[in-house]
Design a protein around this ligand. Structure first.
Ligand code: ADP
Ligand code: MG
Length: 244
């Protein structure tokens, strides 16, 4: 039976008088990729910030695996198993891939305050999980943009999240890099639940199990990719854009 990992109940975020996210409700089922799409300024990144606990909600309620997290800090949510990536990749440019991943692995270790030696096996498995084994010794700043995204993904995965919030992971990638990341996302999704904010419609329709369309901070519709593709309302919003 479908089980909601994340329930979003009438969540609102106001900046002054302006509601960037306005009474948003939807549920994310365990083991699915739930895409959130919508025009620029629709409130997608703000919604991810609310879900990650980086911004407090003005109104509404968020429930993660049955637990009310509305008031939980970002750190608490991360410890509960919510990971996130940003619109521009967040790594340590001066460090190698292995070092970045070591730091990420270490941040979850109960021994982190005692200078325990690096856990080579976990770093290697993290390198493998983001497809950067061959780049272990390369400084993050020398990576291609696509590889930086992979590294950021690896750093988040090292925290062993069960729910991953991704903000436009394909933005700025070339065609081949995007295909590679779509593959990686598919692999990542085998064992996790993903909320995927994405502009690339081909990727959304290829990956998503469910799609929520945000417009002006509100949910226009939530449905299967097929329902979204065939929705006249959605077509109106994306007028001029190709919904292939
Ligand atoms: P999206 O990610 O869908 O493009 P955002 O969530 O970034 O949209 O932004 C939604 C709206 O909220 C935009 O109009 C943006 O200008 C506004 N906004 C976002 N963050 C802030 C903020 N910190 N203060 C004021 N307005 C903001
Ligand atoms: Mg955004």
């Amino acid at each position: 039976m479908a089980e909601a990992v994340l329930e979003i109940h009438a969540v609102t975020k106001r900046f002054g008088e302006f509601a960037a996210v306005d009474g948003v409700s939807f549920s994310v089922e365990r083991g699915t990729i739930h895409a959130v799409i919508g025009p620029n300024g629709a409130g997608k990144s703000t919604l991810l910030n609310l879900l990650a606990g980086e911004l407090p909600a003005s109104l509404g309620r968020m429930v993660f695996r049955g637990q009310d997290i509305t008031e939980a800090t970002a750190d608490r949510r991360s410890r509960l198993g919510i990971g996130r990536t940003y619109q521009s990749p967040n790594t340590f440019p001066g460090l190698t891939c292995a070092e970045c991943l070591w730091l990420a692995v270490q941040s979850r270790s109960p021994m982190r305050f005692f200078g325990s030696p690096p856990n080579e096996a976990r770093v290697e498995s993290a390198l493998q999980s983001c497809g950067l084994l061959a780049r272990a010794a390369s400084p993050a700043q020398e990576l291609s943009y696509g590889e930086q995204r992979q590294l950021e993904m690896g750093m988040v995965l090292a925290l062993e999240p069960s729910l991953l919030l991704l903000d436009e992971p394909l933005a700025g990638l070339g065609h081949d890099e995007a295909l590679e990341l779509v593959d990686l996302l598919r692999k990542i999704a085998r064992k996790r639940t993903l909320v995927l904010v994405e502009h690339d419609m081909d990727a959304v329709f290829a990956l998503a199990d469910a799609v929520t369309v945000l417009v002006g901070g509100r949910v226009l519709v939530t449905g299967t990719p097929g329902e979204i593709r065939n929705s006249a309302e959605v077509r109106d919003v994306y007028l001029g854009e190709e919904l292939s």
